[in-house]
Design a protein around this ligand. Structure first.
Ligand code: PEP
Ligand code: MN
Length: 335
């Protein structure tokens, strides 16, 4: 349920109203936008008498939200959410970010070199997998704890914040200095994991599941937000379709769709979406053109020798070209 507050309502009046809602057992979320103040109500709203609320002096209107996602819904929070990292980097709104780096951390030299190169190209965040979700149990599973340690070395060396995947809540203590916790496509509907990270205060990068609808994806964001963590960034990384020419099918229309439905930032990962490094630059331009809030791109010092996802990884030189050409699209959009 959404309560639109009249212009001119005082802080005290709004506070009285939110306290009244709390006493009724529902959780009010006040969103002060540029044009209006909205109180979103989550929980069992059946006990709220809509007509009574509508009749209050400070209330303009009351609306029921038909979608099952509430806190992730743009109706609850008309302004874009901007997620701010510890070092001040902003994701969402008018900001455009690059999260770049190798699929997996492989060695100290590799991750530090990649970090330096992606930073020089304009990336604000270093990616690198330490715990890897691999289709085969015989494939490289990532460096685990050592990988996290090496990511911290790269952070110390370059100042870049780190995004890396958490697969199992039992590893959470290793993530203390990680800046963004990635929840991978395969865990998008691991509801117990989503509930756990909903209780932590770190930004979450929630990748879209391999075969999930936009609504299911937003419901997973809702799980995290329902736990109190509102710092969720969505990542479109391609979905399974009948097409096999590319690794997945990049659903670029998810970007404007998410902007319509939700206030959360959305970035695009053209690397996992296409599986083909030659297509990554073009799809990166497309993602910027349709309004993504950023890109996640795999960049490896030596793609043919990468332990994971070499075929879709860009060289640092190729990544330099991507940020330069995406910059032109962004400038054109700004007019
Ligand atoms: C990754 O980003 O390294 C990854 C495994 O991605 P996804 O979960 O989208 O497959
Ligand atoms: Mn990968």
């Amino acid at each position: 349920m959404i309560v639109v507050v009249k212009h001119g309502a005082s802080e005290k009046q709004i506070e009285n109203l939110t306290n009244w809602f709390k006493a009724k057992g529902v959780e009010p979320d006040v969103s002060k936008g540029t044009d209006m103040t909205i109180i979103g109500l989550v929980g069992d709203v059946s006990k709220i008498d809509t007509e009574l609320v509508e009749a209050l002096d400070i209330v303009d209107s009351v609306k029921r939200v038909s979608e099952p996602f509430k806190q992730a819904n743009r109706k609850f929070h008309p302004d874009d959410t901007v997620v701010t990292l510890k070092n001040g980097t902003k994701i969402g709104g008018g900001n455009f970010v690059y999260m770049a780096g190798p699929c997996s951390v492989e060695s100290e030299e590799q991750i530090i070199y990649c970090a330096q190169r992606v930073k020089a190209a304009g990336a604000q965040i270093l990616r690198g997998g330490a715990f890897k979700p691999r289709t085969s149990p015989y494939s490289f599973q990532g460096m685990g704890e050592d990988g996290i340690r090496l990511l911290m070395e790269a952070k110390k060396e370059t100042g870049l914040p780190i995004v890396t995947e958490l697969m199992d809540i039992k590893h959470i203590d290793l993530f203390t200095d990680v800046d963004i916790i990635q929840i991978g496509a395969r865990n998008m509907q691991n509801f117990e994991l989503l509930k756990e990270i909903g209780h932590c205060d770190k930004p979450i990068l929630l990748k879209r599941g391999l075969a999930n609808t936009i609504q299911e994806w937003l419901m997973s964001a809702e799980y995290i937000m329902a736990g109190g963590n509102h710092n969720v960034i969505l990542c479109e990384r391609g979905i399974r379709t009948y097409e096999t020419y590319t690794r997945n099918t990049l659903d670029l229309s998810a970007v404007p769709a998410v902007h319509e439905l939700s206030h959360l930032p959305i970035i695009v990962d053209p690397s996992h979406a296409t599986g083909l490094s030659r297509m990554v630059p073009t799809m990166a331009l497309g993602a910027a053109a349709v309004g993504a809030n950023g890109l996640m791109i795999e960049v490896h010092n030596d793609p043919p020798r990468a332990k994971c996802d070499g075929a879709q990884s860009l060289t640092p030189d190729q990544f330099d070209q991507v940020t330069a050409s995406v910059g032109k699209v962004l400038a054109a959009l700004r007019g």
